[in-house]
Design a protein around this ligand. Structure first.
Ligand SMILES: [Zn+2]
Length: 81
């Protein structure tokens, strides 16, 4: 896997912790639909989003996002199956 592998592993760890904290299925931070992805950036972004809101540009990210500064998006559904 080219580059960013550690980021993905950190995101996977964070996703596990978030799933433990959520009761039932996680929902999108913006529209309350079932979450399809988990957006993660260390110390900055950790939230569930649906496929419509997975883009960092449309997601409820509290900080400015640039090309070199994007949260990792992990698909959530694989974690459940
Ligand atoms: Zn949504």
């Amino acid at each position: 896997m080219p580059g960013g592998h550690e980021e993905v592993e950190a995101a996977a760890d964070a996703l596990e912790r978030q799933l433990d904290a959520v009761e039932g299925d996680p929902t999108c931070a913006l529209c309350q639909a079932d979450a399809d992805f988990f957006l993660y950036e260390p110390h900055r972004v950790a939230k569930f989003v649906c496929w419509e809101h997975v883009s960092p540009l449309s997601a409820a990210v509290d900080v400015p996002i640039s090309e070199s500064n994007r949260p990792v998006a992990l698909p959530v559904s694989e974690e459940f199956r």
